[in-house]
Design a protein around this ligand. Structure first.
Ligand code: ADP
Ligand code: MG
Length: 651
């Protein structure tokens, strides 16, 4: 997209309104050359300052009032040749020429201000010494671009060139085969002003075109004077003609399409000069007067073109050859770019101000760009109009689309922002909740571990007490002194469980794991224990409640009383007690989250989770104590006043 306000952009916009649409102003670009070595040697000051890219400030020496001038672009001394080429928008002119328009680029300014340098670069330093590519001027750069562009068009285009100079009011053909001779300037209705018998050379390559340029430059009149060692003494016009071979290949509806044909003309004006300042004498003075006269005629035409009533007034284009040949570019159907060149030196200030005023007025001159009307140009014109209509429609649709896009993006943007806010809030809540649950879970896990540990300790205590109870009961039955040696000491029973034996008390008379009475002082394998215990026949057909519990001491073959008959209450008592202790599965509760650990002893902390177990443990201890006391004070087999209710009643 082109920068708004750039000559290229302005030109494009004005031209897009149609070949016969509104008037298009002449584009003016200002170039300030650097201070020359001679000027610096003489201690001259620069009076020009660029302000931004489009304004030039002039500060007169001695503190006079500052003056500002505004142009399409202002290029200061630091800008390169390439910068100038780009800023001038010459490629755009080339595109228009390819589409059939007549385009003109001309440099204007005081002698020695850099016009020729800007268009064609510095003069060659010697015979056959080429100009470095970085210093190539607008013309060489445009040639390279154009040849490349035409090569990529994919349709046959004929390119031709002519090169002439106006020297002392005579037109001379710089490409003539013989020595240049004056050529007449004619006029007709279709072509306007034209140079009769001007040699137009077809070329097919950049090299060929460059060669034509060099021929013309070498034949052009130049002289040395005080302000310029290679001062052009003529106005030079190099014109490129772009045409199509057949009418069928003409429509240039877009830049990629084959061009209609057109003209691109480069005009290097001779500089205006003060004869007193340049020190011109004799022939040089004649040349200077001629140059100045033609430039005066040009200025006069420009002044009249600025007149709003100009359509009714006569524009004296015929006053000079220069104005005749520039008539189309200035007031006709052409597209025109002026590059005004100035010197920054304080010594050149009057001429610089004159050039700046001239250029300022020129940019108010307008033309009505129009592709040449020929028999074959009618179709392209129709297509041109169609293309412009389509471009307009395209712009309108693009605008509508942009509006819709911006509305849609505004709406969806708000929705997305809302959703993001809410999602973010939810996410934060979830994270907090997660963290809380994770803490709770770890606390529950700790409580569970604690409770399991306590349960295990309690169970061990219960079993130890149980063994002591059974041992005491047995001793009570057998009487003191008849206690058989502990089976654990005599011959350890083979383990009936995978678990290691927990109980190692030598007074234990039951299998510590499966709790089967050790009738033969050895623990039977588990598979033999269970049938033995649960087998109804082995238990004499008694109901399970009447059977002695598995931990009942064996019925001694020599004893007077069968345990079934004489110690049933004892067994009932211990069975109930054991069932209470063993059958109850302790499931530790999970407190929500103890703020402080309960102040209980480590051994009883599980009591909070298993209240009955602790109570029962206490009852069991009492029971054992009672049992032992009874054993000491009563005969072994007397059942007396003992009752389970008494023993087991906890509190
Ligand atoms: P004009 O054509 O306006 O009379 P020239 O183009 O011949 O002036 O330039 C005069 C001198 O100044 C030349 O020696 C040229 O090389 C030098 N010159 C002009 N413009 C520049 C520039 N932008 N950078 C460096 N040298 C320049
Ligand atoms: Mg010059």
């Amino acid at each position: 997209m082109e920068e708004r306000g750039s000559p290229d952009g302005d030109l494009a916009r004005s031209l897009e309104q149609g070949p016969e649409g509104p008037e298009t102003p002449i584009q003016v670009v200002l170039r300030v050359r650097p201070m020359s070595a001679a000027e610096l040697r003489r201690g001259q000051q620069s009076v020009l300052h660029c302000s931004g890219t489009r304004t030039l400030q002039v500060s007169p020496p001695g503190g006079g009032p500052e003056v500002a001038f505004r142009f399409g672009a202002v290029l200061d001394a630091a800008r390169t040749q390439e910068d100038v080429f780009r800023a001038c928008g010459v490629r755009r002119l080339g595109e228009l020429a390819l589409r059939g328009f007549s385009c003109t680029v001309f440099t204007f300014g005081q002698t020695g201000s850099g016009k020729t340098y800007t268009l064609t670069g510095p003069p060659p330093q010697g015979e056959g010494v080429p100009v470095p590519p970085s210093l190539a001027g607008i013309m060489q750069r445009t040639f390279a671009w154009l040849l490349d562009r035409v090569q990529h068009l994919g349709a046959p285009v004929t390119l031709r060139a002519s090169y002439l100079e106006i020297y002392n009011e005579q037109v001379r053909d710089l490409l003539s085969l013989g020595s240049p001779r004056p050529l007449p300037v004619r006029w007709n209705k279709t072509q306007g002003f034209y140079v009769e018998q001007l040699r137009v050379v077809e070329f097919r390559s950049l090299e060929a075109l460059m060669e034509l340029l060099q021929i013309g430059l070498s034949r052009r009149r130049s002289s040395a004077h005080t302000l310029n060692q290679a001062s052009s003494r003529s106005h030079a016009l190099l014109t490129l003609y772009i045409s199509h071979q057949t009418a069928q290949q003409m429509p240039p509806v877009d830049p990629g399409a084959p061009p209609v044909g057109g003209k691109l003309c480069f005009v290097d004006l001779a500089g205006s000069e003060k004869v007193a300042a340049t020190g011109s004498r004799g022939e040089l003075m004649l040349e200077a007067n001629s140059i100045n006269r033609s430039l005066l005629a040009l200025g006069h035409c420009i002044s009249l073109l600025l007149d709003p009533q100009r359509k009714q007034s006569h524009i004296p284009f015929r006053d000079s050859k220069l104005t005749k040949l520039l008539a189309d570019s200035l007031g006709g159907r052409g597209v025109t770019l002026m590059v005004a060149c100035v010197s920054p030196s304080a010594q050149c200030l009057p001429e610089t101000l004159s050039t700046l005023r001239y250029a300022s007025r020129a940019q108010r001159v307008t033309t009505r760009p129009q592709a040449p009307k020929s028999a074959v140009a009618k179709q392209p014109q129709r297509l041109e109009t169609e293309m412009l209509q389509l471009q307009e429609e395209n712009r309108r649709l693009q605008f509508q689309l942009d509006q819709m896009d911006s509305k849609a993006s505004g709406l969806s943007g708000a929705r997305v922002a809302w959703a993001q806010r809410n999602l973010y809030g939810m996410l934060q809540e979830f994270m907090l909740e997660n963290e809380r649950l994770r803490k709770e879970k770890s606390q529950l896990q700790n409580s569970q571990d604690l409770a399991r540990n306590e349960q295990r300790i309690l169970a061990q205590q219960v079993h130890a007490l149980e063994r002591r109870l059974l041992s005491a009961s047995y001793r009570h039955q057998q009487g003191p002194g008849l206690t058989p040696p502990c089976p654990c000491l005599m011959a350890p029973a083979p383990p009936c469980h995978a678990l290691p034996p927990v109980y190692s008390c030598p007074c234990c008379y039951i299998c510590p794991l499966c709790r089967v009475p050790l009738a033969h002082w050895a623990c039977l394998p588990r598979e033999r224990h269970l049938p033995q215990v649960l087998d109804p026949e082995a238990s004499g057909g008694r109901p399970p409640s009447a059977r002695p519990p598995p931990w009942a001491p064996p019925c001694s073959p020599g004893s007077a009383k069968c345990p079934r008959e004489r110690s049933h209450s004892d067994w009932t008592q211990t069975r109930v007690l054991a069932e209470m202790l063993m059958e109850e599965e302790v499931v530790p509760s999970a407190p929500p989250m103890p703020v402080r650990p309960p102040k209980t002893s480590p051994g009883l902390r599980g009591g909070a989770g298993v209240p009955n177990l602790a109570q029962r443990l206490e009852a069991l201890r009492d029971q054992i104590g009672n049992s032992l006391r009874r054993g000491r004070s009563q005969p072994p087999c007397s059942e007396g006043a003992r009752s389970p209710g008494q023993v087991l009643s906890p509190r």
